[in-house]
Design a protein around this ligand. Structure first.
Ligand SMILES: [Zn+2]
Length: 157
């Protein structure tokens, strides 16, 4: 990443996406994929509720919006929340070189695993991201449990 662009500046785009998702009645998780120089390649947010599609996570939405690329090694995935296993798998599958995480307090996903496998991981523990998810989880516990795939919650349906 260039010195001119800070991780927090990149997080702004993902945070805006999360707020968009929240305004649509969805789960407030946003993401964006950037080139190494800070050029925005794609942005998106979780659309489980809006699209009725549990496979549209913020990271996959941003990734798909970026279109086809030859090489992801120099790209940066920015997400408001620690990436789940599905999205961590996406990062490994395509060799995305860096991941910036807004927060990992409300959900501890696969970012340690990514770091262990050579991905440059930055966890910001941004207060606004923590606040946004804490409020959402408190107000929508069933929806949250569905999203993170708590097995017995799903099976009880
Ligand atoms: Zn995910």
């Amino acid at each position: 990443m260039t010195q001119a662009i800070s991780a927090r500046q990149l997080l702004e785009v993902a945070y805006d996406e999360a707020q968009l998702g929240l305004a649509e009645g969805g789960i407030p998780i946003g993401a964006a994929l950037f080139a190494a120089d800070g050029t925005l390649l794609g942005r998106g947010h979780n659309r489980r509720v809006q699209s009725g599609d549990p496979s549209i996570h913020a990271e996959t939405d941003a990734f798909r919006a970026a279109g086809r690329r030859r090489d992801y090694g120099s790209t940066i995935m920015v997400t408001t929340l620690s990436p789940c296993w599905y999205c961590s798998g996406l990062v490994r599958q395509f060799g995305i070189g860096a991941v910036i995480v807004g927060e990992s307090q409300t959900f501890h996903g696969g970012h340690d695993w990514l770091a262990e496998h050579g991905v440059a991981v930055t966890v910001l523990e941004d207060d606004r991201c923590v606040e946004m998810m804490t409020k959402f989880i408190t107000e929508n516990p069933a929806l949250w449990n569905e999203d993170i795939g708590v097995a017995d919650e799903i099976e009880a349906r």
